[in-house]
Design a binder for this molecule. Structure first.
Ligand code: PLP
Ligand code: SF4
Length: 394
């Protein structure tokens, strides 16, 4: 079996048992019922028909007064763009719909706290060349596109994404490649943006091809939210040929809520896996969306069904205008504690805070250490039972 034989959601019946398929609902086109299949399943059509205006949005959902006001005041700060596919998952009437909350401007965006930061992760100060952040000894973050299929309201790179003045110039990509070529300690390249799946196949092929010519580069990762916001992108065999050609390729995507896990998403991830990609997920802990252990557990279980390993769950960072999404850190630790031991270890992501100002990712974990007396170390398990472990003298 390879990706050329699994092209449509019907083909998935050849692979998965019914009870697995049933967890990934087939969603119609919703308010886009009039759109032909040939348009709907064309990712270029999806991108050129993104919902960007209040009038377009009003045809799809019943907006609250708050949302309308937020749109008028806030969309000047960060544009709205929603693919018809992602918009079709929105609840028409419920402003708390997790898909809607991630894509439709909210009033909370207008609040900028004094502790908020323009460049919350200090990515710009660690840039040896524009478009590349080198913070850790052996790996870099390489921005190859400044646009994404859907613009997430909680985006930490709002200042760059969808900002035409920050367009990843061809020269930036060349400069980034040159930097990686000349710095032989770089073993791992995270190709990100924006979204690298936003590039045309031949551009992505070129970048991956250049990276694969460098014999010090081992790990190549792609960070893309297309499997969530535009899984139709992965119906394109050309994209999968590129991924297959430059192995090993790791893909990290960004599911935040089980509602995003449709049959179309299952198709996309199945095809990526068939093309040889290793799949991971990074979520952001978002208030009112996934700050609940039941939702997080369901999300992670479904990720495993799509062969995606939960990798990180991020504490929402200090970017401007996203404070309405932030939860206390204790909430994240509590969620992890309620998962660890109670479900598959494979399903448990590492909770991290990407430290403000550029400290990198710092793991936040529940504490299972109780005390140490001489050689005796007391630890507790997930049920809060205590156990003694004896260390040997050094
Ligand atoms: C997240 C990140 C990486 C990759 O970190 P891992 O912990 O290896 O996934 C590399 N560089 C920067 C700047 C990052 O933010
Ligand atoms: S996909 Fe990532 S980079 Fe793009 S808007 Fe969403 S959070 Fe930002």
């Amino acid at each position: 079996m390879d990706f050329t034989t699994i092209k449509t959601i019907e083909d998935l019946d050849k692979i998965y048992p019914k009870h697995i398929l049933d967890k990934f609902p087939i969603r119609g086109k919703g308010p886009f019922e009039h759109v032909s299949d040939s348009d709907w399943y064309d990712w270029h059509w999806q991108l050129s028909n993104r919902i960007t205006t209040l009038d377009q949005l009003k045809k799809i959902i019943n907006l609250t007064n708050d949302e309308q006001e937020a749109f008028k005041l806030g969309s000047a700060m960060f544009k709205m763009a929603i693919t018809p596919y992602y918009a079709s998952l929105m609840d028409r009437n419920d402003p708390h719909c997790p898909v809607r909350m991630q894509s439709v401007p909210a009033k909370g965006e207008l609040t900028v706290l004094p502790t908020d930061l323009k460049d919350p992760l200090g990515e710009d100060k660690d840039m040896p060349v524009p478009g590349l952040t080198h913070r850790y000894p052996d790996r870099v973050l390489f921005y190859v596109s400044h646009d994404c299929a859907m613009l997430c309201r909680h985006c930490t790179r709002k200042r760059k994404v969808a900002n035409p003045t920050s367009a990843a110039l061809r020269q930036h990509v060349e400069d980034g490649l040159k930097y990686i070529r000349e710095n032989r300690q770089i073993r791992d390249v995270v190709v990100s943006g924006g979204d690298p799946f936003h590039l045309a196949n031949d551009k992505l092929d070129y970048i991956l091809g250049e990276l694969r010519k460098m014999d010090h580069v081992e790990v190549v990762r792609l960070g893309t939210r297309n499997p969530v916001t535009l899984p139709i992108r992965v119906r394109d065999d050309g994209l999968l040929q590129v991924i297959q050609k430059h192995q090993p390729i790791h893909i990290n995507t960004h599911y935040n809520h089980p509602k995003e896990m449709t049959r179309e998403a299952l198709l996309a991830n199945t095809r990526l896996a068939l093309a040889g990609a290793d799949l991971g997920n990074q979520s952001v802990l978002l208030k009112g969306i996934n700050d609940d252990e039941k939702i997080m557990t369901e999300l992670c279980h479904k990720l495993l069904l799509m062969k995606i390993r939960p990798y990180y769950v991020y504490q929402c960072d200090l970017a401007e205008g996203i404070s309405h999404f932030r939860t206390p850190i204790s909430k994240g630790i509590e969620i992890i504690e309620k998962m660890r031991g109670w479900t598959s270890g494979l399903a448990i992501p590492q909770y991290v805070i990407d430290a403000p100002g550029g400290g990198g990712k710092i793991p936040m974990n529940p504490n299972y250490f109780v005390k140490k007396e001489g050689n005796k170390v007391t630890i507790r398990n997930f049920k809060n039972n205590q156990y003694d472990y004896y260390e040997v003298d050094e």
